[in-house]
Design a protein around this ligand. Sequence first.
Ligand SMILES: CC(C)(COP(=O)(O)OP(=O)(O)OC[C@H]1O[C@@H](n2cnc3c(N)ncnc32)[C@H](O)[C@@H]1OP(=O)(O)O)[C@@H](O)C(=O)NCCC(=O)NCCS
Length: 169
Amino acid sequence: MTLQIRREGPGDVASVRAVHRAAFARQGADPIEVALVDALRVDAGWMPHFSLVAAADGQLVGHVVATRASVDGVPALGVGPLGVLPAFQGRGLGTALMYALIGAALARDETLVGLLGEPAFYGRFGFVAATELGIRAAHPEWGRYFQVLALTGSAPSGTFRYAGPIESL
Ligand SMILES: CC(C)(COP(=O)(O)OP(=O)(O)OC[C@H]1O[C@@H](n2cnc3c(N)ncnc32)[C@H](O)[C@@H]1OP(=O)(O)O)[C@@H](O)C(=O)NCCC(=O)NCCS
């Protein structure tokens, strides 16, 4: 299998929807992540350089996106959703997408990345419970599932707010 990680292109929108529809299918035939990516794409927080796809032998099989978030008004990144087609899970694609996203964030001098997810998966990238770095989620009930990765020694602390479409879920 050849694997390419690249920025989402104009022709990828339908395939990105298909990835999340299949990846999150356990939530039903029309998982919220599909509409969420569409809403983010037209939101002020959308940054095209942080919407990355994984192509296996030319087929789009994975997608991750980060959008503009903030911590007490200081710019940060909010990751999500991340999805890989079920038939391609467990082959390192989700890991490759996350490392590519973190690399892109480092290259652009981003200071902090936040996400809501499974600590057993995201811990491998260095994400820790947000509270460990003095960061509160706008939704305290997210508990230890809300995690952050500081990319510089001067990462902000305070209350994390996602881009509008995620914040209002
Ligand atoms: C989560 C997801 C993106 C991971 O992508 P992937 O390509 O399967 O992941 P990789 O092959 O790079 O890594 C596999 C590792 O992640 C672990 N992993 C995958 N999903 C996990 C989860 N939900 N919780 C904990 N660990 C998980 C696997 O156990 C495996 O661990 P190992 O390396 O110790 O064996 C993918 O499984 C997926 O799309 N799941 C459905 C949608 C989803 O839950 N998205 C994430 C929302 S937080």
